[in-house]
Design a protein. Structure first.
Length: 176
């Protein structure tokens, strides 16, 4: 059975991006889903001095192991000031010190949700530019704007947006 990991680029206990990643993963049948929480992979702030003195922390290596052992990745990025959240950037930096090919050429469904009208477009643009150079095989991109208006009771309630998500999930599912 294929194994998918899903996670949000957020450490919020009430992460809308976690809600989106979890929902998207539920649309794929006959796979084993692991929803990861960045709070379970606490790391010191990346710095070269820390790395030289202590090496790469175990939690960065454990997160990489989840990626490596999966058949595909569903990632929904939180956008903070037009870029990655600090917690995601930190784990990404640590992982890249251990492995340049962070994403191991795995198929990736890349998403973002936002309470605003742009739906995390800025962070998605950054990720689409950077992730393929780090081994991501991005099969589809999805943006969910106005989260509170468009998502309720664990699913997307706007029919057009939901159909678009189902299309990118279907492509992702066929690739894994």
């Amino acid at each position: 059975m294929k194994k998918i990991i899903a996670f949000a680029g957020s450490n919020s206990k009430n992460s809308i991006n976690n809600d989106l990643a979890t929902y998207a993963s539920s649309l794929i049948k006959d796979v084993e889903i692991s929803v990861l929480d960045l709070n379970d992979f606490e790391l010191p702030l990346y710095g070269i001095d820390f790395e030289i003195e202590h090496g790469i922390p175990d939690n960065a290596l454990k997160f990489l192991d989840h990626i490596k052992s999966s058949d595909g990745i569903i990632l929904s990025l939180a956008e903070h000031n037009g870029a990655y959240s600090a917690v995601f950037k930190n784990i990404f930096d640590w992982m890249s010190r251990a492995e340049k090919n962070v994403w191991y050429d795995k198929p990736m469904l890349l998403m973002a949700a936002s309470p605003g009208g742009r739906g995390g477009q800025s962070v998605l643009e950054i990720a689409q530019g950077k992730f393929p150079r780090m081994g991501a095989n991005i099969t589809g991109v999805f943006s969910l704007p106005f989260f509170q208006k468009n998502f309720s009771e664990g699913k997307i309630i706007d029919e057009e947006l939901n159909n678009h998500l189902k299309q990118v999930v279907s492509i992702f599912s066929n690739v894994i």
